[in-house]
Design a protein around this ligand. Structure first.
Ligand SMILES: [Zn+2]
Length: 275
């Protein structure tokens, strides 16, 4: 059994501040340690249930947060940037399941630790077929394209709630409760890792119950930016239309193309973020 893990960072127990998850800060090494332990707990749980092949895609910021020698399960690690499929780089139809590890709430969510949707400096809101989505919902487009079910999601309670529509049967493991964007109540890391391990084990054991995300076609992806210039720039890409001064829309029944267009928009508009 072959599993794909897309790992972010904000949803790890003990993490509440950007300084803990951005390279170059004194607190970063501790953050990295906590994240690595959580990823390994998930891999070990899946191993317990018989999974034997793992690809981990480090999806946070520099995408060089995990060190290959520290990973359990002899996992293949995808790191560095730029990756054309960004948070979903490496997934294809040969996988049996997708795991979203250390994910977080969308930019508009209430009381969601370090909430954002890809780029907090550019993106104000993303909707798929009219519904507000976070990173889990956007990344589910790729899982749907390859017909791979999402088996597992971990993070705070907002992360678990936001993944409910795209992965209702997935095992959701909540390792902390957000009190706001920069405060949370954390399970002790040992306990968090125990829950992650048992949750991952159950996810693999229950794989037959899991359904693939099924977006209604064609899919309409709408992005609202912080400023109108970003919407202007997004129009440089073929197929992107403007629906409001700060909002653009792409409609397609090709889910992979849609995700790639989204990645292109994210990459392009980064150049307009205020420093
Ligand atoms: Zn993220």
């Amino acid at each position: 059994m072959k599993l794909f893990l897309s790992t972010d960072f904000e949803g790890t127990s003990g993490i509440v501040a950007w300084e803990q998850i951005l390279k170059g800060n004194a607190e970063y090494e501790q953050g990295r340690y906590l994240l690595t332990n959580e990823v390994n707990a998930v891999i070990n749980g899946a191993l317990d249930a018989g999974a034997n092949e793992f690809v981990v895609n480090d999806s946070h910021n520099t995408m060089r947060n995990l060190h290959p020698q520290d990973l359990a399960g002899r996992a293949t690690l995808i790191t560095g940037k730029h990756k054309p499929m960004y948070m979903m780089e490496g997934l294809d139809a040969s996988f049996d399941g997708v795991f979203f590890v250390s994910y977080h709430g969308s930019i508009g969510a209430e009381r969601a630790i370090l909430s954002h949707t890809y780029n907090p400096g550019a993106i104000w809101e993303v909707r798929i077929n009219g519904e507000i989505v976070g990173e889990s919902g956007i990344n589910a487009l790729v899982a749907d394209h390859y017909r791979v079910p999402i088996l597992f999601v971990s993070g705070d309670e907002v992360t678990a709630r936001e993944s409910e529509t795209i992965a209702p049967e997935a095992e959701k493991v909540v390792v902390k409760h957000s009190l706001g964007r920069f405060a949370a109540s954390h399970l002790h890391p040992d306990l968090a890792c125990e829950l992650l391990q048992s949750g991952a084990r159950r996810a693999v054991e229950r794989i037959e119950e899991m359904s693939v995300p099924a977006f209604k076609l064609p899919v309409a992806l709408e992005i609202t930016f912080l400023v109108a210039d970003m919407a202007d720039m997004a129009l440089w890409i073929r197929g992107v239309e403007r629906v409001a001064p700060r909002t653009v829309k792409v409609v397609s029944d090709q889910l992979l193309t849609l995700y790639q267009t989204f990645v292109t928009i994210v990459t392009l508009t980064r150049s307009l973020v205020d420093r």
